[in-house]
Design a protein around this ligand. Structure first.
Ligand code: HEC
Ligand code: HEC
Length: 321
């Protein structure tokens, strides 16, 4: 300031100010265009189970191996099918257990970001969750320790467990490897991601119109399906009537009745049928349901607008699963 003091106070700062603005625009363009890494949220890995190539390889092998089930017919991939973004196209998996309300198989893409698992959020980590299929008779129905014993007789598993966890095949490391593999299922490779990274032509005019509608206040989809994961991970009432208590199954709180964790909408094109009970088959049908439901006060979507929103949601499909 003393430097400018004797001079024309108005002129000098103005000149510099202009340069700074130009410089900022220049830097913004250079940095903005060069950083092809869009800032995606980071997955939090547990300290005692950091990812590595061989751990992912082991987890993937386990995920697809029916040896983990009692009669050697069922693997994780029997229900979480890779071609459907690790979901399934049958509406619910049938169980013969009395207390269990059966649910639609959810996608496992981006599951590493979830703060809690299952629609009621009763399980905290993917490591803990991996035990569940072993306990359920209609899934694996084989004690996880017995499964580990089976793996001990297979040289390739011996080798992989040693490399990955410096141990013989064992129950704990089965859960860890499965968790690491599932956390790796987050490629962010959809058309929408290309758009986010700066390729403004990655989305068609229809898809962009859908994006605008989706984010519009009147439709309000992004109030719950927010951010790049398209979920705020909160528990909200489902629009599908069913006897499923949802969140209340875990909290035993009446206010949580029929609430479910808001699901991601990534890869929604291939994870049909939709909702916790798989009661809706088509995306357009579901969007229409939303526009006539009190959840979203908007009731005036035209057929065309419904198609736009649907087109946008289809653009959230990753290049590969
Ligand atoms: C018989 C079909 C079946 C098999 C086999 C199966 N799952 Fe699932 N999985 C489901 C269903 C159905 C749900 C939803 C349950 C719920 O929300 O209560 C689910 C939920 C999950 C979830 C929670 C997802 C979320 O969004 O909260 C994870 C993680 C998971 N499974 C991983 C696995 C792994 C790992 C294996 C193998 C060790 C496996 N599943 C085997 C049917 C299956
Ligand atoms: C108040 C929060 C909320 C709002 C607003 C909302 N959703 Fe949802 N959405 C949910 C919840 C919770 C579920 C899971 C319900 C279930 O499983 O039964 C869901 C499920 C979905 C599904 C099915 C996901 C799947 O994997 O089965 C789609 C598609 C969807 N929403 C699209 C939309 C669209 C489009 C809008 C705007 C018109 C919207 N949502 C507005 C909370 C919301």
């Amino acid at each position: 300031l003393p430097f400018f003091y004797k001079r024309d106070l108005l002129k000098f700062p103005y000149k510099y100010l202009k340069k700074i603005v130009y410089l900022e625009i220049f830097l913004f363009l250079v940095l903005g265009c060069n950083s092809n890494e869009f800032n995606y949220p980071k997955i939090e890995h547990p300290k005692d189970n950091l990812p590595s190539k061989v751990r992912i390889e082991l987890g993937k092998k386990l995920f697809f191996d029916p040896i983990l089930s009692q009669n050697k017919t069922t693997s994780c991939a029997s229900c979480h099918k890779p071609e459907f973004a690790f979901a399934d196209t049958v509406s619910v998996v049938v169980s013969n257990q009395l207390d269990i309300v059966d649910r639609n198989v959810p996608t496992l893409m981006y599951v590493g970001y979830k703060p809690a698992l299952f629609a009621e959020g009763g399980v905290k980590t993917l490591e803990q969750q991996a035990v569940a299929p072993f306990l359920t008779t209609h899934e694996f129905g084989l004690d996880i320790h017995a499964a580990a014993e089976r793996l001990k007789s297979i040289p390739e598993y011996q080798k992989l467990f040693k490399k990955a966890y410096k141990a013989e095949p064992n129950a704990l490391d089965i859960t860890k490897a499965l968790a690491v593999y599932q956390r790796s299922l987050a490629p962010f490779s959809s058309k929408y991601d290309q758009f986010l990274k700066g390729d403004l032509n990655a989305l068609s005019i229809e898809e962009k119109a859908g994006l605008n509608l989706f984010n519009s206040e009147s439709l309000g989809c992004s109030n719950c399906h927010s951010g790049v994961l398209f979920t705020n991970h909160k528990f909200e009432k489902s629009i599908a009537p069913s006897a499923d208590k949802g969140r209340a199954r875990f909290t035993r709180n009446k206010n949580d009745n029929h609430k479910f964790m808001v699901p991601t909408l990534r890869n929604i094109a291939v994870t049909y049928p939709y909702l916790h009970n798989g009661s809706v088959n088509y995306l357009e049908e579901l969007i229409e349901l939303y526009t006539t439901d009190s959840l979203s006060g908007y009731t005036n979507l035209t057929k065309q607008e419904i198609e736009y929103v649907s087109a946008f949601l289809m653009a959230l499909t990753d290049e590969e699963f």
